[in-house]
Design a binder for this molecule. Structure first.
Ligand code: ZN
Length: 287
């Protein structure tokens, strides 16, 4: 399942390719699962809109869209149409979802649920074999813009971060995985940041000291930014072709290194199960 760094990488890759383009047509498949907004409504909403930008919010990819040119009464000039955010298309990749920028001639992969034709001649496709991904359209004249449920780990301030865990009795590992607290942190980056912060995953979240929480906040940001940098190298492979190569070239310190020597102290990395997820740590380096 893609975590924050993978989604960030994909959002950046798509943004670089479709920003300032225009959606001329939209086609949606007939499986009901991937559509949070009915497909006919998405297609109608997306047509003839300018793409202002594509970015990540939590684990979602958000496409900011201008006003629809069909919406004559609302549009006074083309500048307004291309700069003012009037709608959003929100993509959640789920387990196996992919957002591809391609050309109309490229063979259509099995499990393609959406195809957006762009004025540049490119085509944006959403492919998802297991159909846990979700597509949603929001008209911002009729409702609020998208905001994920949890805080953003790359930008959260020290005080707000400490407040997230205050008084909580669940383990810090489970707390990091809870998407309503922090958005986008999954198993890999939870284990890696706890190692970097020197904190055992089994500790109660509410019992961590302020200094430990601050170490954890910094570790999380460092690990995620490092992963985004590594993910960046595989953007073109991922978006233009198939496969997810490159994302896991990370130099994991603990994740899936059970029994291997800790890179810091040489003791064997341990594995336990917490919150139903395998959890890896060094008993010597993490207290
Ligand atoms: Zn160690």
């Amino acid at each position: 399942m893609p975590e924050l760094p993978e989604v960030e990488t994909i959002a950046r890759g798509v943004d670089a390719r479709v920003r300032r383009d225009r959606i001329v047509d939209a086609w949606f498949g007939s499986h009901p699962e991937p559509f949070k907004t009915p497909p006919a409504r998405q297609a109608k909403g997306l047509r003839e809109r300018h793409i202002i930008a594509v970015h990540r919010t939590g684990k979602h990819i958000v496409m900011e869209l201008g006003r629809s040119s069909g919406d004559r009464a609302q549009v006074n000039n083309s500048r307004e149409q291309t700069t003012e955010i009037a709608a959003q298309w929100i993509v959640h990749l789920g387990m196996t979802g992919r957002l591809l920028v391609t050309t109309p001639e490229a063979p259509v992969a099995k499990h393609t649920h959406a195809r957006l034709s762009l004025a540049s001649g490119r085509e944006l496709r959403f492919v998802d074999p297991r159909r846990f991904g979700r597509l949603e359209f929001r008209d911002l004249r009729k409702g609020l813009g998208f905001a994920g449920p949890g805080a953003e780990p790359l930008t959260i301030e020290a005080e707000a971060f400490a407040q997230l865990f205050h008084g909580r009795t669940l383990t810090i590992k489970a707390a990091l995985l809870n998407q309503t607290l922090l958005a986008g942190v999954g198993n890999i980056y939870a284990d890696e940041s706890l190692f970097r912060a020197g904190i055992r995953p089994r500790r109660r979240a509410g019992r961590l000291t302020r200094a430990e929480l601050e170490k954890l906040r910094e570790a999380l940001r460092t690990v995620l930014e490092h992963a985004i940098r590594l993910g960046g190298s595989s953007v073109s492979d991922y978006v233009d072709a198939e496969g997810v190569r490159g994302f896991f070239q990370l130099e994991h310190c603990v994740y899936q290194r059970t029994g291997e020597p800790c890179r810091t102290c040489g003791n064997a990395i341990k594995r336990i199960v917490l919150a139903g997820r395998s959890t890896h740590y060094c008993a010597h380096c993490q207290k």
